[in-house]
Design a binder for this molecule. Structure first.
Ligand code: BT5
Length: 342
């Protein structure tokens, strides 16, 4: 596997990671001022040599830490990297992102998450990568996952649901991501059934929900989210866009913080997942409908063995799309591809 766990050649120990975070938090808390080496040793309860080693490691991860022989250490800049210390900082969740594992490059975060789920990793564990060599869409399609610009995330869920309810999780995730884009930008993110988020009718995000299940119950679900944030257009297929370019078209020139967006997505996932558990699927459907790019529109439905047209009429209690055919007959579609006709 081409993965580099936690931006090193080997997985860091839990103690090592905790010390990194401890040092970072001390530097963060002193905002713009220096923390002397002596004070840092005292607060982190380690030797000067250990501080130096961990500061070096943090620098390798992209933190700009100034070291002055007389004044001590100062945090100058933090990286917009999808690393545990950044994702977990100020993250307001109990389950999603409780465990964060980050990779520089993997084949597919869904594959890694699946393997970890089989080994028993807990619900909410979140696997991030800066790049995927073999990012997957549905039906074995390729998901373009170039380095640095996107968020490639897979979360492990262990809900008590039946296998035929899995599309509830896809729809829930679509609501969470669309809301996060709207929370952190002026862009009107919309949802296209079943698993796309669109901005200005172009795809910015796809969701791939996979599972391991017994006949009547889900063992675990891997919720995979691919979101183009600052991705260069030349790396994307036709019909796709990224948030940065859509902001630029609205005359807003800025990078969006992937870390902030990733945190917000984890927080929204937690909120909607807990709504699903406590109140059922109905409130999620209502949210989904309010964000829908297609209800009421004429659509073409492409299934494996046939294609037909109709009007996107509704979403039913299981997350299936209800299409009104020209004859007036309502047809339910539980999976397929949709093209908006006009
Ligand atoms: C999807 O499939 O939209 C699901 C994509 C899920 C990707 C995430 S990334 C993290 C996790 N790990 C993985 O390996 N996968 C998940 P589908 O509905 O089948 O759409 C696939 C189609 O979207 C492709 O055939 C292209 O037309 C288009 N596409 C591919 N890459 C894209 C991108 N980066 N942005 C927008 N569209 C893309």
């Amino acid at each position: 596997m081409s993965a580099i766990n936690n931006f090193e050649g080997h997985p860091p120990t839990i103690q090592g990671r905790m010390l990194d975070e401890k040092i970072l938090n001390i530097l963060r808390n002193s905002s713009d001022s220096y923390v002397s080496g002596e004070e840092l040793c005292k607060l982190a309860d380690v030797s000067r040599a250990a501080i130096w080693k961990h500061v070096e490691k943090l620098r390798e991860e992209g933190y700009d830490i100034e070291a002055s022989p007389h004044l001590g250490y100062r945090l100058v800049d933090i990286p917009d990297s999808l690393i545990p210390s950044e994702i977990k900082y100020a993250l307001k969740t109990k389950v999603f992102g409780k465990e964060v594992i980050s990779y520089k490059k993997v084949d597919s975060t869904n594959t890694i998450a699946y393997e970890l789920a089989e080994k028993g990793i807990g619900e909410g564990a979140s696997i991030f990568a800066e790049e995927q060599a073999r990012g997957r869409g549905r039906h074995g399609r390729h998901w373009y996952s170039p380095a640095k610009g996107g968020i490639y995330l897979s979360c492990i869920l262990r809900p008590k649901i039946a296998p035929n309810e899995i599309s509830k999780i896809t729809l829930l995730a679509a609501v969470a991501v669309a809301k996060s884009i709207r929370n952190l930008s002026p862009l009107n993110a919309m949802i296209k059934w079943p698993n796309d988020i669109l901005v200005n009718n172009k795809k910015v995000c796809g969701i791939l929900t996979e599972m391991k299940a017994e006949q009547d119950r889900v063992d675990f679900i891997i919720l995979g989210i691919g979101l183009n944030v600052n991705t260069q257009a030349r790396h994307l297929p036709k019909g796709a866009t990224c948030l940065k370019d859509e902001l630029c078209h609205s005359k807003i020139e800025r990078d969006i913080s992937r870390v902030e967006l990733a945190r917000n997505i984890l927080e929204n996932l937690e909120e909607y997942y807990s709504i699903l558990k406590k109140e059922g699927f109905k409130p999620i459907i209502e949210e989904w409908k309010s964000l829908s790019a297609m209800l009421g529109s004429r659509i073409r439905v492409i299934l494996q063995n046939r294609t037909f047209e109709g009007q996107a009429h509704n979403i039913d209690e299981n997350g299936s799309l209800v299409v009104r055919l020209d004859s007036g007959v309502l047809e339910r579609v539980s999976s397929g591809d949709i093209i908006m006709v006009r």
